[in-house]
Ligand binder design. Structure first.
Ligand code: G3P
Length: 219
């Protein structure tokens, strides 16, 4: 099974009133056996999106705090209460201290929230491979939002990350700068189980076509 996560970030095109219509458009564009697709939406859109699209909707961040007096946090219990069972953690636009990552991973694992733990380099991939998370997403920060994909700029790191993840029984996703099907195809050839993508879909003139051609390239 291959995985695509579309990160909605905080783009105007994918948040607030646009979030549900974008999910609806993307959902119609993908109907491929062998590929699971998730939409990482803004916290503000999580409840409305998950009520319609269920498990396809995931969070962009979660905090390792219980329910209670935690102003400004996103408790893993709140995610579960909204029917959301997956979240990104430690995205390079939302970094988290190492000790907090470990604590959050343990709590989420225990509570049944699956994490996609983002790693900026191979050292982080190695460090995170011992944590109880099903996915590690390797994304070099300097390539995010650009037009040079991680699979072109850092193929050796993807290969190395794939070996580490394979040994640790984690699914490896790769992201940053993925724009065209060939970027996705190469990522899988190098050992990834899927991709984490944002601007190549969200900011595309034809987001549905963009997602559909990337999905086909993973098969
Ligand atoms: O989480 C996805 C991400 O950071 C990559 O962004 O715009 O390069 O696809 P983008």
């Amino acid at each position: 099974m291959k995985t695509i996560i579309v990160n909605f970030k905080q783009y105007h095109e994918s948040t607030g009133r646009s979030a549900i219509s974008l999910i609806s458009l993307l959902n119609h564009a993908i109907d491929f056996k062998g590929i699971e697709t998730f939409f990482a939406v803004s916290l503000t859109d999580l409840l409305s999106a998950s009520e319609i699209y269920g498990d396809m909707v995931i969070a962009q961040h979660v905090d390792g705090v219980d329910s209670g007096p935690y102003t400004g946090h996103v408790s893993y219990r709140t995610l579960l209460n909204m029917g959301v069972r997956k979240s990104l953690l430690n995205h390079s636009e939302r970094k988290v201290k190492k000790e907090i990552i470990a604590k959050t991973a343990m709590l989420c694992d225990k509570a049944g929230v699956e994490l996609i733990l983002c790693a900026a380099d191979i050292d982080e991939v190695k460090m995170f491979s011992s944590l109880p998370v099903p996915f590690i997403a390797y994304e070099p920060p300097d390539l995010i939002g650009g037009n040079i994909s991680v699979s072109t700029a850092n193929p050796d790191t993807i290969r190395d990350a794939a070996v580490v993840c394979d040994r640790a029984d984690k699914a490896l996703l790769v992201g940053a700068g993925i724009k065209v099907p060939d970027d996705a195809r190469k990522s899988v050839e190098l050992g990834a189980s899927g991709i984490l993508i944002s601007s190549g879909v969200v900011l595309s003139r034809e987001p549905g076509d963009a997602l559909s051609s990337l999905a086909k390239a993973l098969l």
